[in-house]
Write a protein that binds this ligand. Sequence first.
Ligand SMILES: [Zn+2]
Ligand SMILES: [Zn+2]
Length: 337
Amino acid sequence: MARADQKFGWLELRPGGLYCAPADIYIDPGRGVPNAIITHGHADHARPGHGKVLATPETLAIMGVRYPADTPETQGLAYGERITIGGVNIWLAPAGHVLGSAQVALEYGGERIVVSGDYKRRPDPTAAAFEVIKCDLFITEATFALPVFRHPPAEQEVQKLLTSIAQFPEQAHVLGVYGLGKCQRMLSLVREAGFEEPIFLHGALIKLTELYQGFGFDFGDVRPVAGTDKAELATALIFAPPSAIQDKWSRRFQNPRTAVASGWMRVRARARQRGAELPLVISDHADWDELLMTCKETGAEEVWITHGREDALAHALIAAGQRARPLRLAGREEEAA
Ligand SMILES: [Zn+2]
Ligand SMILES: [Zn+2]
């Protein structure tokens, strides 16, 4: 275990997760703790059961929707707003991943550490753009840290869906999207591409989409599947959680065309497993090149890697002259990619 008198020793790896001792606070802990900073609302980062939660106001609102019975003490911190706890200067910066997603910057004893949380570098109309923060130690995610993962432009992938809708106007199109982030980004992208028909949502996608609308996002004509005529749905565009595509729920649509929007769609076996006839490679995470670029741009002398393909990224960073260390945090299963 790192000691406080060592470099970066004020940020430790504990069984609960990354822990900053002078501030007595965990970042994205995997279990309930007295004090937590939460980078964003995905379930592998935001868990219920904490005593006090520090996060962006958007992330706090998302946690409130997802865990209505959980009532921690909360403190909202807008991007760039600073707070000092136990002598540690703390601020949040946009991570570009989903609404409210943040990197955590920590300054103590003349060192600056940045914890990325999940992030992407591509523009997303529903998430504030990632900001590069110069730091001494950068802790990066590594979900897609293999050279095979190079995401194509999202607009190109969206066009595949719209082409299919034009080619098969007599069929419903069911698009699998994660409920937080991907759903709302896809609504925006499909609208930006000029699709003006109503879009129907599976019940599991409605509350978070309404939350985004509450923050001012306009997704055009969006309606619940429930209560809609079968005849109207028969040729419609429908969004559902990826898991719903192959279950009983989707049998209400006769012979639908099925699509899934995810970074994992790069892997053919995953697309088949998900039942996606139309795999759309659209990710809310940095791809291989963007991970390498970001680690370099931070200017960090050392990079700790968590959350994914840690060894491959560590190897590439070391080859490029940065110090790198896989963290091997336990219990990390990506919620949304
Ligand atoms: Zn995430
Ligand atoms: Zn994650």
